[in-house]
Design a protein around this ligand. Structure first.
Ligand SMILES: Nc1nc2c(c(=O)[nH]1)N[C@H]1C(S)=C(S)[C@@H](COP(=O)(O)OP(=O)(O)OC[C@H]3O[C@@H](n4cnc5c(=O)[nH]c(N)nc54)[C@H](O)[C@@H]3O)O[C@H]1N2
Ligand SMILES: Nc1nc2c(c(=O)[nH]1)N[C@H]1C(S)=C(S)[C@@H](COP(=O)(O)OP(=O)(O)OC[C@H]3O[C@@H](n4cnc5c(=O)[nH]c(N)nc54)[C@H](O)[C@@H]3O)O[C@H]1N2
Ligand code: SF4
Ligand SMILES: [Mo]
Length: 753
């Protein structure tokens, strides 16, 4: 077994093109270039607008100004936010564009090219048998949409992406549920659904139990499966401050991400920006998909070191006996061969955790996008509990969430797993019982559509085509749906490949800083932001607000009783409904007057009393995963005649994209010059005689990509990394057993020349 002893990891391979630190002056150059460009006046206006950042769930912005975080600190706006805003400030797509470009040509566009077309500015339709999208009137849109959603409620569905507002999300689920449909697929199904499920079982809450304020009191953070320097840049400021005060950061990631080793933050221009601040005190590089083994190992080492907090377990938790028994009986050999991390390293991690006073455990997609994602989260939370790190300030479990308002969508009930309390409140509102069918989450929706069971689909944002595995299947499945309506700000490849059988409609919408009224959003730290009114730069464009579209459609479908949909066109009234139906959201009722942004009540846990029926945290044992990879022959490659390598491929984001939207083709920090690259370890490459920059074929179980450039990187032996959405073309969905989340972070592939 190739293990990875600190302090000199063998996997710290870099190439000549990678910088020495993450962040750094590169960020400032980008800021300068954007903020001094012709677009700069609009950009600054938007940055200063009182609304939550469009990009990630860290939740910067809001009423105290665009640069403020949830504890009121300034200088918290990162470059990713500028990237997102700049894209939204592009000019509109011209009226002639769709007339002159047939769908066949649009299908040639890359994700970057599709986004660069500009803002969608008028509604268009692609009718069955036609070669071009054409402009469509609002009357016809509502006619088609009303007919489409009058169908059997089990055959209609929605998909959403957490970009919109709480108000739009609430209305979407209210409309669908009033119709009798529970088919509320959401991007969180592809993302943090395993966190939601696991946290709910263990703690009786779906979200982080740590606030930003509480994180600041930690003296140790364990960050697993998260590339935060790129995806949640302002979390880095907190890690820098924790290191500065003598605290520790343990990073768990098969890839040595440079920004998690050293990060130069503009928030500390003198001491951090240029030299860079140390982030990881300990960097562990497990085999992809093996985190359960690593965390069971940490539990075992805590046990052996006498650092289990038994008093805490006995008083505040249930099921701890089986966790300790598992740690005791699982032998070291099994643990280290499963996760590929040495016993010494695991023991070092345990010592750091066991000797710290307050530890926060954070994680993202490396943990959830696995077939055992729920177990992964259990194993992290078990480790927190056995070390007494929950139910006090400065400690706890913190899923680092995705889209800027994805958590708000879940809170509003956009999920197939509706909370009993919300269901009851909705029943009261409707004055009748709701008998809800099981409902399709995103993967079930794709499967149901492929089987011809879906007639109509409303997509509130996102790119359901590009985000799903097996692009051929996704295209075929969407092609079986009669009517698809996309509400979107900008064109994406899904609008050109995810085409319905009869009518595909793209409706251009206002974004967060353009609405004619106030809206709200919820951050990953459970903080509700109020977004002020704004206006769009797209003069003369024909845009609609999501709230307006949904309420008009709902009115056509459902009339004015018992819900007065037309009144709900003013989101003020939606907030009144949210206040009475969504637990913890009471304060939203008065937010228009008070302007007081707030932490949702009942979410942050600083006392060892949990929201489970017994008040105790419930622990679940976590079987170690069996992580074999198929032989090359199983991909149809003859390993006798072709030199090949089977690897566990992690698929994710480059440093310059937001999900399926690519902003720049290269990844500066990983030294990957374009999208068609594979990051692998030199040791693996040399096994089959490959040199850096050679071109290879990467093949999965659904297809292959050719002429992929080999990039040597600090990724552990046996693993590799590539970018989505492009790589979604080559593999079928293997999914998390409880939530259907695709295992995007452990895709078996074969690599050959
Ligand atoms: N700029 C920017 N910000 C974003 C996004 C974006 O695309 N761009 N997307 C938003 C969304 S929706 C989300 S969900 C988040 C995503 O945020 P992240 O989860 O940080 O994003 P990923 O690129 O999926 O990277 C996950 C990390 O997991 C590691 N990893 C892979 N497999 C394993 C494993 O088996 N174990 C462990 N421990 N680690 C593993 C990878 O090496 C990588 O560093 O970011 C949000 N913020
Ligand atoms: N292989 C692989 N696949 C993955 C992942 C992975 O790590 N690897 N990650 C998964 C994850 S975590 C996620 S969250 C999904 C992301 O999946 P989605 O959320 O479905 O996709 P996005 O790329 O975020 O959607 C981008 C589009 O949203 C629209 N949009 C932007 N702002 C707004 C707005 O304000 N309103 C409306 N209505 N539309 C707007 C724009 O048209 C833009 O093109 O991808 C998943 N797919
Ligand atoms: S950390 Fe996230 S929320 Fe904060 S400014 Fe950056 S992208 Fe926006
Ligand atoms: Mo996500």
């Amino acid at each position: 077994m190739e293990t990875n002893p600190q302090p000199k990891p063998p996997y710290q391979e870099t190439n000549e093109d990678t910088p020495e630190i993450g962040g750094g002056t590169h960020i400032i150059e980008y800021w300068a270039q954007k903020t001094l460009s012709p677009q700069s006046a609009k950009l600054w206006k938007t940055l200063l607008h009182k609304s939550a950042c469009l990009s990630c769930s860290w939740g910067t912005g809001g009423q105290k100004g665009g640069f403020t975080n949830e504890t009121g600190e300034k200088l918290q706006r990162c470059m990713k936010s500028v990237e997102a805003i700049s894209a939204e400030l592009q000019p509109g797509v011209s009226t002639h564009f769709f007339d002159t470009n047939p769908i066949a040509r649009l299908q040639q566009l890359s994700s970057l090219e599709a986004d660069k077309l500009g803002r969608l500015s008028f509604p268009v339709i692609l009718r069955a048998g036609c070669s071009h999208y054409e402009r469509i009137s609002w009357n016809e849109i509502y006619e088609i949409a009303t007919t489409a959603f009058k169908k059997d409620p089990e055959r209609v569905a929605s998909y959403s992406s957490g970009r919109g507002s709480n108000e739009a999300a609430f209305l979407l689920q209210l409309m669908m549920r009033t119709l009798g449909s529970n088919n509320l697929a959401d991007c969180s199904d592809l993302c943090h659904a395993p966190s939601t499920t696991a946290l709910n079982e263990m703690f009786g809450t779906n979200t982080s139990i740590v606030s930003l304020e509480s994180l600041k009191e930690a003296d140790c953070v364990v960050l697993a499966g998260a590339n935060s320097p790129s995806n949640h840049p302002r979390l880095m400021n907190e890690l820098i401050k924790i290191r500065d005060k003598g605290g520790k950061v343990i990073v768990i990631n098969p890839v040595m991400e440079i920004g998690l080793v050293k990060f130069g933050s503009p928030a500390f221009p003198v001491k951090s920006l240029i030299p860079g601040s140390d982030i990881a005190s300990l960097y562990l590089q497990p085999i992809p998909g093996s985190d359960v083994a690593l965390f069971v190992g940490i539990q075992k080492a805590l046990l052996e070191q006498g650092r289990i907090d038994r008093a805490f377990l006995e008083a505040y938790t249930q099921g701890w006996e089986s966790i300790l028994a598992q740690a005791q009986t699982t032998n070291w050999e099994t643990i280290t061969t499963t996760c590929g991390v040495s016993r010494t390293e695991i023991e070092t991690a345990a010592t750091i955790i066991g000797t710290s006073k307050r530890v926060v455990f954070g994680w993202a997609m490396g943990i959830t996008q696995q077939t055992n994602g729920v177990d992964n989260v259990y194993s992290i939370a078990n480790t927190a509990l056995v070390s007494g790190n929950a139910g006090k300030m400065g400690a706890g479990v913190m899923p680092v969430r995705g889209h800027s308002n994805v958590q708000g969508f879940g809170s509003m009930g956009v999920t197939v797993k509706l909370k009993a309390e919300i269901k009851q409140a909705l029943e009261q509102l409707l004055g009748r019982p709701l008998s809800l069918p099981k409902g399709y989450h995103t993967r079930d929706l794709i499967e149901a559509a492929a089987a011809g069971k879906v007639d109509s689909l409303l997509c509130v944002g996102g790119n359901i085509y590009g985000a799903n595995p097996d692009s051929v299947q996704a295209k075929h499945a969407l092609g079986n749906i009669d009517t698809i309506i996309y509400l979107a700000t900008k064109p994406n490849i899904g609008h050109f490949h995810g085409l319905a059988k009869s009518n595909t409609i793209i409706i251009p919408v206002l974004n967060r800083f353009e609405h004619p009224y106030k809206t709200t959003t919820e951050s990953g730290n459970n903080f509700v932001r109020l977004n002020d009114e704004g206006e769009t730069h797209l003069k003369g464009a024909d845009l609609v607000a999501e709230v307006e579209f949904i309420t008009k459609l709902a009115h056509n479908l459902l009339g004015e009783a018992p819900i007065q949909w037309r009144k709900l066109q003013d989101p003020y009234y939606v907030r009144q409904l949210i206040a009475t139906t969504i637990p913890g959201y009471e304060k939203i009722a008065t937010i228009d007057e008070t302007k007081a942004e707030f932490t949702i009540s009942g979410r942050i846990v600083t006392e060892p009393h949990f929201k489970t029926p017994s008040g105790k945290a419930k622990m679940f044992a976590t079987p170690l995963p069996n992580l074999t990879l198929p032989a090359a022959e199983e991909f149809g490659v003859d390993s006798q005649s072709v030199k090949s390598l089977v690897l566990a491929l992690m698929t994710g984001r480059s440093y310059s994209q937001h999900n399926t939207v690519v902003y720049k083709i290269g990844d500066h920090y990983r030294g990957m010059p374009h999208r068609n690259c594979i990051l692998i370890n030199r040791i693996d490459a040399e096994k089959i005689g490959l040199a850096a920059h050679d071109r290879v074929t990467v093949q999965g179980d659904a297809g292959k990509l050719d002429r992929v450039e080999v990039i040597y990187g600090a990724v552990r032996v046996g693993a590799a990394l590539m970018f989505y959405p492009e790589v979604n073309a080559i593999f079928k969905a293997r999914t998390e057993t409880q939530t259907g989340t695709p295992a995007y972070k452990r895709v078996p592939v074969v690599v050959y020349r």
